[in-house]
Design a protein around this ligand. Structure first.
Ligand code: ARG
Ligand code: ZN
Length: 855
């Protein structure tokens, strides 16, 4: 059953207040609800009362104290309806008691158990598995919650208002939709701290974890405090309760959740120590702690009218967490990392059968739309808005947004109107970025006309967007194109200027230039488009050496790497000596941030090359791509052996561990050099580093190298032995073995690991570690035998009845199937059809497989 944006109607009732009592018990929790309803003036007339409810055992239902007569009540799998005639004319009180089974809740949506504790995940539509309620984001109410159990810690949203032996009460004064409800109870310990807001509110901060994990919470707490300060300084946003609690749970479908005053996190995004977490883990923890905290304003105080508006909160909150990370670390490095992710995940999505706009107009299962397009492209769209209206315009618009919409369930139209009102701009064309799917292609032609008063340089851009499922025709969009011009000496003659393209084809002139310039186009990746531009390698090399825009400097090196790889794959060409020489100059430039140099040393991923080949009309051959990438790595290592070895030594860590950007950047350059040298030394350096490493970044990188060198047996055993009691580290042990397996053996390795006693596949992190690892091994996943496809599909079918969200999410590994040759396509199709034909498939997985097949 498909839900359409166009069918939106306000809920016929308002909820004045919610009171819930939980009597916790693993297999039979009782939930008592008292909900005060009143008519909604936006929906005049008399209406039936519909309350969502799934997997609930209804024990009693009363209205104003009187049991609801059976004749007036209809209960289905999706909820219950009380006929309008059985409702009082004015406001009324609904009281119900239901029983639920947290222990049996393997889907991890609603109230469930993880490692002996109770916890919840309600976004998007999980509250309906807790009690009968209008489970939609535009119904907002203050909640009061009483929890009864003999567990030592009992938490819910808002402020604590009372506790005694076996009970605790919480009150959340801020009206909220049900998806922000949370409850946690268990034997937990806390890391406490304190934050005083700029207007003087003292906030108790706590990170709650299982006993034994307390020594790995400090970085998360530090990140939280920096986030709170940053949101005050940058957006003028203060926290609004007396407590802020974060709980880490081991079983969690996603990364984390912004429940009001009680954020619940996947433990991998909280727990970190130098020995157990990589620098990437630290950076993600910092970013996600910030993300969830920032939701307090962009998501909670201002929420979404309906789930089609998801990117209103997610795009904006991702944009804000990206800004935060840029400020905490390096702006250019963060931008490059974000563009790498955008291309790897969002462009991939946009170019395949799952393409959809940041604001979709229909869905079957909303959980299938927590996508790179909604999140990452949603953030890019805001970046473009900011570029178009300028920093001041953006600041004014955001102030107006918080002023005008605090307490609202808002829409993308509300958001754009705020920008129009604050800046006087017409954003009707800009709106297409929200409603149209697909990645625009931008091509550019250059013209140079010398003249007496100096020459004129003209850039003529053409945009077009290929069709996506259900959207054949794409009108032109407004595209901010940041451009700078350099003269042939490498000096900047025109600093970064944002050109505003609105037509299908449009020219921009630069007059009075002494000589023909070199254009640096799409600086900072000013719009999420594919720039189609064939430029001589010498010009890329020039920009790699001279561009003042760090993003485009990196991009120029990237273009060289991709050009040579594409020619190696398609024409059997040798590795380009010019590319390698340019890389060598960069490596030796000690003035450059090590993190930036590390990014330049990282070769394009195999999936990225497959995407580029497919996008330019060629059929990617995964084996050839793998071989070419290996050959290029070896050629780089051979040519640059000495500087790489010197860099590997120079970047060694002397002092005590610091997770900060500078220290992490040095480690990333060190392990990037190691990965290349590994092709020459057969794992010798990696073996030493594996033994001597004092942090997980180096140890995991060394282990990856040993696996690739085919000499990891002992190291793997030692690693497992040392970390057997740390689930997050054992996840890495699973992932590394599959990701770095030789392609022909990847499915076999995955099969052996799936039989390992530690393969607790009901735990989402563990399932993702193995299956996500296999999907990330491009040539292994697409091995011509089809063994990996089959193995993967078997596991999707096994996971689906237990945890449909995870099965559906993992199914996106197949979204690129149409790129490949007929044999591979037939193999994938057979697996997808086998899945489709399975009885009782979840709504989640059946929607995904239908869309992937283009059915
Ligand atoms: N709102 C959360 C975040 O972005 C994500 C929760 C999504 N959960 C889900 N089951 N779809 O921070
Ligand atoms: Zn979010």
């Amino acid at each position: 059953q498909t839900i359409h944006l166009a069918d939106y109607q306000p809920y016929p009732f308002r909820v004045a207040r919610v009171e819930l009592t939980f009597r916790l018990s693993p297999r039979a929790t009782r939930v008592l609800s008292r909900i005060a309803f009143a008519a909604n003036p936006d929906r005049p007339g008399r209406h039936d009362l519909f309350l969502h409810g799934e997997r609930l055992r209804l024990l009693s239902a009363r209205i104003d104290g009187t049991p609801v007569p059976a004749a007036a009540l209809v209960v289905t799998d999706e909820g219950l309806t009380v006929a309008a005639h059985a409702l009082p004319e004015g406001p009324f009180l609904w009281e119900a008691e239901v029983e639920i089974d947290p222990e049996g809740n393997t889907a991890l949506e609603g109230l469930y158990m993880s490692g002996g504790m109770y916890c919840t995940q309600c976004e998007a539509e999980g509250f309906r598995k807790i009690t009968y309620y209008p489970d939609r984001p535009d119904v907002m109410a203050p909640f009061r919650v009483r929890i009864e159990s003999d567990l030592p810690v009992m938490l819910s949203n808002g402020n604590p208002v009372g506790a005694g032996a076996g009970w605790a009460e919480w009150d959340d004064p801020w009206p909220k939709p049900a998806y922000l409800f949370a409850l946690v109870a268990g034997n937990l310990v806390n890391l406490p701290d304190r934050f005083t807001t700029r207007s003087g509110r003292k906030v108790d901060l706590n990170i709650w974890v299982r006993p034994g994990d307390l020594d790995r919470c400090a970085f998360a707490m530090d990140s939280l405090i920096r986030s709170m300060k940053w949101d005050e300084d940058t957006y003028g946003r203060e926290y609004d309760l007396d407590v802020f609690n974060i709980v880490a749970v081991d079983d969690f479908n996603m990364g984390a959740m912004e429940n009001k005053g009680l954020n619940i996190f996947n433990s991998k995004l909280v727990l970190a120590s130098p020995e157990t977490a990589t620098d990437l883990d630290f950076e993600r923890i910092e970013g996600v702690i910030a993300h969830e905290y920032f939701h307090n304003w962009t998501g909670n105080r201002i929420t979404c009218r309906d789930w089609f508006q998801l990117c209103l909160k997610e795009g904006l909150t991702v944009f804000r967490d990206q800004q935060f990370t840029s400020d905490m670390r390096s702006g250019p490095v963060k931008r490059i990392e974000d563009v790498l992710t955008l291309r790897a995940r969002q462009f991939r999505e946009d170019m395949g059968p799952l393409a959809h706009p940041p604001r979709p107009s229909s869905f079957v299962e909303i959980n299938n739309f927590y996508t790179a397009t909604v999140y990452e492209k949603g953030a890019e769209v805001i970046g473009m808005l900011k570029r178009l209206v300028g920093d001041d315009g953006y600041a004014r618009a955001l102030d107006l947004y918080f002023d005008r919409h605090d307490g609202d369930a808002a829409t993308i139209e509300d958001w754009l109107k705020v920008f129009e009102d604050a800046t006087g701009r017409d954003l009707s064309q800009f709106r297409r970025w929200y409603t149209d799917a697909g990645t625009p292609r931008l091509s550019v032609a250059e013209d140079w006309a010398p003249g007496d008063q100096g020459g004129t340089f003209t850039l003529t851009f053409t945009q077009s967007t290929p069709p996506t499922p259900g959207q054949e025709v794409k009108p032109p969009r407004v595209i901010p194109i940041a451009v700078g011009l350099l003269n042939p000496n490498g000096d900047e003659v025109v600093p970064t200027t944002v050109l505003e393209m609105t037509e299908a084809t449009q020219s921009f002139r630069f007059d009075g230039l002494a000589s023909r310039p070199v254009a640096s186009i799409l600086r900072g990746f000013s719009a999420p488009v594919v720039l189609e531009r064939s430029v001589p390698a010498a010009e890329h090399a020039f920009l790699l050496a001279h561009d003042t825009d760090p993003f485009n400097r990196w991009e120029a090196g990237r273009a060289l790497a991709k050009d040579t790889l594409v020619r190696m794959v398609a024409e059997d060409a040798p590795a380009s000596p010019d590319y390698i020489a340019a890389l060598g100059r960069l490596l030796a430039d000690d003035a450059l941030d090590p993190a930036f140099r590390a990014l330049c040393l990282r070769l394009p991923a195999e999936d990225d090359l497959a995407q580029t080949l497919a996008d330019t009309g060629r059929t990617p051959d995964p084996d050839r791509i793998h071989a070419a990438r290996e050959d290029l790595a070896r050629a780089v290592a051979q040519a640059l052996e000495r500087p790489l070895a010197a860099t590997f030594e120079a970047m060694a860590d002397g002092g005590p561990f610091s997770p900060d950007a500078a220290a992490a950047g040095r480690r990333s350059l060190r392990v990037a050099a190691l990965a290349l040298l590994n092709h020459l030394d057969g794992g010798a350096r990696a073996a030493d580093l594996f033994d001597g490493a004092t942090n997980m970044t180096e140890r995991a990188a060394a282990l990856a190298c040993l696996i690739e060198a085919g000499r990891a047996a002992e190291a793997l055993a030692a690693f497992h032995d040392r970390w057997r009691n740390n689930r997050l580290v054992i996840d890495k042990w699973f992932t590394l073995q599959v990701v770095h397996a030789a392609p022909a053996h990847a499915a076999g390795v995955a099969g052996q690991l799936a039989a390992h006693a530690d393969f607790d596949w009901r735990n989402p992190n563990r399932a993702r570690a193995l299956l996500g690892g296999l999907a990330a091994n491009h040539a292994g996943f697409h091995d011509a035998s089809g063994a990996a496809y089959r193995f993967y599909a078997d596991w999707l079918l096994r996971l689906d009845p237990v945890n449909p969200q995870i099965a559906a999410r993992l199914s996106t590994a197949f979204e690129t199937w149409a790129r490949y040759d007929a044999d591979r396509r037939a193999l994938v199709r057979a697996e997808l059809e086998r899945i489709r034909a399975t009885p009782d498939l979840s709504r989640d997985l059946s929607e995904m497989t239908a869309r992937i097949l283009g059915a």
